[in-house]
Ligand binder design. Sequence first.
Ligand code: G3P
Length: 227
Amino acid sequence: MRLFLDTANPDQIRTAASWGILDGVTTNPTLMAREGREPRELVREIARWVSGPISVETTSLDAEGMIQEAREFVGWAPNVVVKVPMTPEGLRAVVALRGEGIRTNVTLVFTPVQALLAAKAGATFVSPFVGRLDDIGHVGMDTVRQAVEILRRYGFPTQVLAASLRHPLHVLEAARAGADIATMPFATMEQLFRHPLTDQGLERFLADWRRLQAELSSRTAAPAGGS
Ligand code: G3P
């Protein structure tokens, strides 16, 4: 399973890349706006730290506009993937971009049938949003589970990218559901490392090691024989 960061912050991306477990990045207009920088320069900087897919989202509402944006985005870095919304125009764009060899990520997916449509159009990735469904009282992970089931049953090559994940349990459930990718905020990725018993265990090992070193050096310091 691949792990992506859902951020446009280069410092976070650089840090996660240094951990050796970062497979890609997803962005959206909200995350871009948070950085307040010129998008092309920002994406180019991100591409310095990550060689896996970097999703950059279109903001046009018509297919022609999305296609134009897509052609521009892929010129920014070779690993850019074009994110388009789950609309009829978005899927028209996916079909056209597929013909041009441009990879796409269909976003704002909330039902398994939307995922099926994206796969039929030839999307490279489809992004079911988990947290936003949880927010309105639905079980967001059900969409991921059913999308994986349907796409595998029919042999679609489209990869399921579980998005809008908010905490480690979401990541666990996405992995168990068979999602190809989980994308998450930096804080969630950091949390994946953590367990209080890991911290306590490490502390105890180091304390014991220090005690051993002190004992050995006091033995070397003490004169042999004693008389
Ligand atoms: O990039 C899309 C997605 O991951 C958004 O997450 O937390 O804003 O619902 P969130």
